[in-house]
Design a protein around this ligand. Structure first.
Ligand SMILES: N[C@@H](CCC(=O)N[C@@H](CS)C(=O)NCC(=O)O)C(=O)O
Length: 224
């Protein structure tokens, strides 16, 4: 069995990172969505995933959880240069910025949950959120300047680094957050890329929605 299990594409930022990598290289997998935040979600995830989380790649008896590990598995499957840059410095830097994304940016992640089809007012600009935005601006504009020749992405040609930052790019659009210069151009390129446009169209059509209660807890529902 070869299955890529994700959460709703509209909301599950961790799922879409390796999913974009999978789609980019044409990994032969069946894509399955487990809608998040419904009463049955936890039981469904516990039945298939060691962490009760998505994404999960099920590949001929191997189970790979954690978005970064899935991206690395796909990189080993794909021809060199398709997931990570071929150049060793660019490849190491791409891995560093993916790890930084995976381990950090707590403020923007919690203040601005990914909602690809949503358009919301900007949240209160706390010092922590401001610091995350400043760091993203620096990473994106810096990489474009240093490594971006040869294409519109962080390392010129598309790489897993772009997959890892795509959910953050969508947050800038959803919440109208400030971005300037080369970083803004980069964000526009990600949103125009056919790989993202296809995923966005699917997210638009998903029947599952998530709302947040006054206690901040999220719950899934189907729109009547
Ligand atoms: N560190 C994990 C994070 C995975 C994660 O938190 N996934 C969320 C969805 S984006 C999840 O499955 N939550 C379980 C739930 O909502 O029940 C990774 O990188 O894959």
């Amino acid at each position: 069995m070869r299955q890529f299990v994700s959460g709703n594409l509209n909301y599950s930022s961790w799922s879409i990172r390796p999913l974009l990598v999978s789609r980019k290289v044409g990994l032969p997998v069946e894509e399955v969505v487990v809608p998040l935040d419904f009463p049955e979600t936890t039981a469904q995830l516990k039945a298939i995933s060691p962490t009760a989380k998505v994404p999960l790649l099920r590949w001929d008896g191997i189970e790979i959880w954690e978005s970064l590990a899935i991206a690395e598995f796909i990189a080993e499957w794909a021809p060199p240069g398709e997931v990570w840059p071929l150049d060793p410095e660019r490849r190491a830097t791409a891995r560093a910025v993916c790890s930084e994304m995976h381990a950090g940016f707590q403020a923007i992640r919690s203040a601005c949950p990914m909602d690809i089809r949503g358009r919301e007012a900007a949240p209160e600009m706390t010092p922590a959120l401001e610091a995350d935005i400043k760091r993203l601006q620096t990473i994106w504009s810096g990489l474009r300047e240093t490594h971006g020749s040869g294409g519109p992405f962080l390392f010129g040609a598309w790489s897993a680094a772009d997959a890892f930052y795509t959910p953050v790019v969508t947050r800038f659009r959803t919440y109208g957050l400030p971005l300037t210069g080369a970083a803004a151009d980069y964000a526009a390129a990600v949103l125009e890329d056919p790989l993202f446009r296809t995923l966005e169209a699917q997210a638009e059509l998903e029947p599952w929605w998530i709302k947040y209660g006054p206690d901040g807890r999220s719950s899934g529902y189907l729109k009547p």
